[in-house]
Design a protein around this ligand. Sequence first.
Ligand code: ATP
Ligand code: MG
Length: 427
Amino acid sequence: MKEYLNRLPPDIREIILRAQETGAEVGCRVFLVGGFVRDLILGVKNFDVDMAVESDGIKFAHALGNKTGAQVITHRRFGTATVLMKPHGKVDIATTRKEDYPHPASLPEVRGGDLEDDLLRRDFTINSLAINISACGFGTLIDVCGGKRDLLAGKVRVLHERSFIDDPTRILRAVRFEQRYDFRIETKTRSLLKAALQQSILQRVQPQRLRDELILILKERCPLRSLARLRDLRCLGFISPHFSLPQVTCRLLRAIDKEVAWFAANHNHRRHLDAWVIYLIALLEHLGEGQVKSICDKFVFRKSEAQKVFSFKRFPPAYVAMLSKRALKPSWIYKVLEPLSYEEIVLLRAKYRNKVFRQHLEEFISIHNEIRIAVSGHDLHGLGVSPGPAYRRIFKKVLNARLDGKLNSRHEELMFVRKLAKPYLTR
Ligand code: ATP
Ligand code: MG
């Protein structure tokens, strides 16, 4: 595998070399594993390096952190750690281990094991490849389950018959990898998956674990692919018994793909967009508020995420009609759109195709929401206005006047503020 490793970007090669040195110092063998090896062989860019270390991954992670000056986050209970590399990318480090599942869908009991044990506990053959990066044996591929063969044939295959029963989240993972790489879930694996579904196995999983996998699906480039596949497998009930994927939602999801790309190409520098939240809002859009609330509660979505779902639902249709008219006052557009998150604004553009409407939304993002007033609290204080709610009222009026083009310089703003300030003057 040396030729594959040589093709990696220099910063990742550097990390691998430092890991090799660290392994020698700490006295343990170090391997690249999991998604990183899979993507390396497929030629897919991946800056998240997965490593497995025999004996003590935590000790290794601290030593690697010291060597590279990177921040280390450890999870002692699982023997795992993350080393955050600058300026981007991370190394996930796991202590090689064996796992036993005491009950279906439970969390595994973990005990020490060697590399082979660690590869055999994994979800799919394509994720169970390792490359030795220790000085002795550097570059050797370790393939105990035929992962390379499946990778080249485009097959998602579990390692053993109980895989989906032990950990039903693998059902969602199987579909995600299948759709991401345009692979097929291999025939026997598909039968095992369907048999597991017939036992309603997903209902036994802790909802937060399902939520995490759902979020990963929504973070894929085109989530509809996995969602449609899950629908065909009759598997979407894990979201809610009421949940469905009607044609309107499918169309909306496709439109979001385009709008997210548009935002990335034109406005990425303005604000970080959580694209997966846009897909989540869209998925829940056709459900009633009560149903949405029980989904948000069950999955324990963050308050800010749930708020966006409800805020979008409550956006008045009358505003959509108004925003589809030409010649609107910018201050009115600002008043209507400013309370929304950018996720909601991008979703509005995906949902409503009216040109004028879409233009107003784009102008809000690129012009109106970028305008900053020049006067400050310092100026108001200088005029003799005591700090308090009056400040906000005055600033709002100045902003509206700026938005509507009535003020064009700091000087004009100051003149305007002088008039506004009169009723509040204390001296
Ligand atoms: P991605 O590109 O989406 O990050 P990944 O394969 O790197 O894919 P991770 O969730 O980062 O996925 O997990 C890293 C590795 O850990 C996987 O490749 C797999 O070998 C193993 N793994 C993750 N989740 C499970 C699971 N539920 N059961 C067994 N092994 C798992
Ligand atoms: Mg990964």
